[in-house]
Design a protein around this ligand. Structure first.
Ligand code: BGP
Length: 469
């Protein structure tokens, strides 16, 4: 039985490009996805969930279903269409209205500055591989802190450096669609930690009120058996995908242990990292200043040793069993018959979340607090008719099991203060389009009508239970 503390924040998450739609209106600049999606021709980011026009309806629905906090991201290119230069007042005004609406319905906004949507101009300069872009990010962040300082208390600098750079340079599912470029992926991860650290320092140096943190997508990697080669593969993959960034975030430096493995990977791929002394210094200074880490957790993986050529096939259609992930010198993700998967081949393993939280508590005892900033089930919901509540029991089971893992971690001494379900409403999914639904609220994308799912009613009950602790 769930017994989350009364102070536990129960929320729901969104991201600008995935919900807003209206991607070409009111002076908004283009972002990296626009051309990529146009060329792919599979699906369009418009109208998405039309949050740009319907945010009041969505925030009101959230509030009526016990949701106390909402993750919302600011689209950088609504504020600075090119990523820098002149401010687009229409964008500022839009977010002022959204935040005021959150206040009106008593929903606390938690704001992300970068959620996978670099302005196109900066993307064409190399996105996070171009260190100059970090200066533009800093200016944009400062502008947001100053402009929204009376409205916003909780800031998140960057959403998922790992998932973003893996998508861009390893799996190729994100623009620019490059594959197996492990060196670029690691360099961009480091540059993102620098960007995050510089923003945290600015926020604290200038004395802004509130809290600031970063969000990491964390995935557990378990060896498929006890073969030492497979145990080693899980260890290496974990450092590549989790440990390197976690060290940067919490220790303010990459430990020798992590650097040894990262250098081994870099050798395999004939590359090196560019890390300057001033970058090292800012990472070091920022680490103790940040207030929380947001964890996005969806899945764990079982792996084995892989030293042959790389081959990755991204399952972006929901045809179960079609994913292939083999990355030379890192690992191959393999089938574990004991563990259920989603139609997109994501292992459903709530215990992995418990393991991850407890690992952070043990390895980084100076962490202040953790929040689960995304977790949810991508699922093909079935709409029956206007009067029948959509029965998404599988989603309820998924969320409940993960909340239980969190509850257990709290009982075992971890400081986890909140949970944001991904997602508030159905929305556009970056590399999957519209058939992968996550919402508590169903959206008919043709009519934009919202329908309540069974999970929304259940979530409300959980929220009331927390209130009545
Ligand atoms: C996270 C992102 C979200 C969201 C979610 C689900 O990585 O922060 O933006 O999309 O994953 O992923 P997907 O849409 O690929 O199923």
């Amino acid at each position: 039985m769930l017994q989350l503390p009364k102070s536990f924040v129960l929320g729901a998450a969104t991201a600008a490009y995935q919900v807003e739609g209206s991607s070409k209106v009111d002076g908004k600049g283009r972002v990296l996805w626009d051309e990529f999606l146009e060329q792919q021709g599979r699906f369009s980011p418009d109208p998405a969930s039309d949050f740009y026009n319907r945010y009041e309806e969505d925030i009101k629905l959230a509030s009526e279903h016990g949701i106390k906090a909402m993750r919302i991201s600011i689209a950088w290119s609504r504020i600075f269409p090119e990523g820098f230069g002149e401010v687009n007042e229409a964008g500022v005004c839009y977010y002022k209205n959204v935040f005021a609406t959150c206040r009106k319905y008593n929903v606390e906004p938690y704001v992300t500055l970068h959620h996978f949507d670099t302005p196109e101009t900066l993307f064409k300069k190399g996105d996070w591989l171009c260190k100059e872009n970090i200066d533009h990010f800093l200016n944009y962040a400062e502008f947001c802190f100053e402009t929204f300082k009376d409205e916003i208390t909780y800031w998140m600098t960057i959403n998922e450096p790992i998932a973003y750079t893996m998508g861009q340079y390893v799996t190729g599912a994100f623009p620019p669609g490059e594959k197996y470029q492990v060196v670029k992926c690691l360099q961009a991860q480091h540059n993102l930690i620098v960007a995050h650290s510089r923003v945290v320092k600015l926020f604290k140096d200038k004395g802004y009120k509130g809290e600031i943190g970063i969000i990491h997508a964390l995935t557990q990697f378990y060896p498929i058996d006890n073969d030492p080669k497979n145990v080693r593969a899980a260890y290496v993959h974990d450092i590549f995908a989790n440990g390197f960034m976690l060290d940067g975030t919490f220790l303010g430096q990459y430990s020798e242990e992590k650097l040894n493995v990262v250098n081994e990977i870099l050798n395999n791929y004939n590359g090196t990292l560019d890390i300057t002394d001033s970058e090292r210094a800012v990472i070091q200074e920022a680490a103790p200043l940040q207030d929380f880490l947001g964890i996005n957790y969806y899945q764990s993986n079982w792996v084995k040793h892989h030293d042959e050529e790389s081959y990755i096939h991204h399952n972006g259609t929901g045809e179960k069993g079609t994913s292939i992930f083999r990355l030379k010198g890192i690992s191959e993700i393999v089938k574990n018959e004991q563990i259920p998967t989603t139609d997109w081949d994501w292992y459903i393993y709530p215990e992995g979340l418990y393991d991850m939280i407890m690992r952070i508590k043990k390895d980084y005892p100076a962490y202040k607090k953790l929040m689960i900033t995304e977790n949810g089930l991508g699922y093909k919901d079935t709409f029956i008719d206007e009067d029948t509540i959509i029965d998404d029991q599988a989603r309820i089971d998924y969320i409940e099991a993960h909340l239980e893992s969190i509850n257990k971690a709290i009982n075992d001494g971890a400081n986890v203060t909140g949970y944001f379900v991904w997602s508030l409403q159905d929305m556009f999914s970056w590399s999957n389009g519209y058939n992968k639904r996550y919402g508590l609220f169903y959206i008919d994308f043709e009519t934009q009508k919202r329908y309540i799912k069974k999970s929304a009613l259940w979530y409300k009950e959980i929220s009331e239970r927390i209130d009545n602790q």
